[in-house]
Design a protein around this ligand. Sequence first.
Ligand code: 3Y8
Ligand code: NAP
Length: 251
Amino acid sequence: MRPNLLILGGTTEATALAQAAAAEGIDATLSFAGRVERPKPQPIPVRIGGFGGVDGLVSFLTAQRISHVVDATHPFAAQMSRNAVAACRATGVPLVALTRPPWTPQPGDDWQHVPDIAGAVAELAGSPRRVMLAVGRMHLDVFAAQAQHFYLLRLVDPPDGPIPLPNHQAVVSRGPFTEAGDRALMREHRIDLVVSKNAGGTGARAKIDAARALGLPVLMIDRPALPARREASTPAEVLDWLAHSGANLGV
Ligand code: 3Y8
Ligand code: NAP
């Protein structure tokens, strides 16, 4: 059977898998939620927007005759991952997650783990600090509870409305980032605390390396729990899984 892959994307790994699928001539579609104005161009067909919950995803898998699903979404995209597990269980379509391990502290790191975004907000109680908040645009409103700080915000797109933080500077920039660039940014804005999701991977880790180099503390937001599912850590492992799941990858 010729495979027809659905890749749930939005990460560096998803882009790498899309490139590998294109190189192998494997039919694949990359799916974005539509969170940013100009998603990165891809070498395979792209679809943009939610599916409409589990039922919507089930309908998509059936209508598009998807043979395999690869969940290559960000570790914090927990709802999408839960929906993928449920829809693939309901349809019998094989699923693998292409994921990356969480970052672990290295010598010189000064991390305080918090369980989620609310935990990070709670930890920010107290006297004004100069905080680098690089968690994207989707959660800024909850940090208004700690409006006493200066916030350096990093967004993929220019803000589409007022930012609910009275004392902030927004930098519009998409990753992957560099340690030298993030170190310069932190120095320029006299940052004394970094808030980060434990995204893992390479595209977001520059700020962690820069914080270590500058001896800055990091509020590290741990990942949400995800349902059990088969996992792969490289595109090659995904292609190997595909070949062993009866997919005829052609000669
Ligand atoms: C729309 C699609 C690639 C993918 C690149 C990776 C690396 C660069 C670093 C910081 C951290 C953050 C954020 C981040 C990174 C990669 C990867 C990654 C973090 C794009 C993309 C989409 C998104 C959505 C966006 C979120 C936001 C999160 C910015 C494409 C560029 C903070 C996550 O403005 C918004 O609404 C942004 C929303 C979801 C987190 C959030 O909750 O706000 N990603 N990011 C995807 C879709 O529509 O389905 O254009 O490539 C992808 C990438 N962003 O192929 O090179 O693999 O992680 N993305 C975090 O890690 O904390 C930035 O600034 O230091
Ligand atoms: P989420 O909270 O897990 O998902 C919320 C809803 O968004 C899903 O139920 C689904 O809508 C839709 N959705 C999410 N990812 C999708 C995809 N790849 N294709 C189609 N629909 C998708 O997701 P999120 O945290 O908002 O992340 C959205 C996107 O940004 C994902 O592609 C993710 O990989 C990327 N991203 C997120 C982060 C982050 O920090 N959250 C970081 C980097 C990249 P329906 O229920 O209608 O199907």
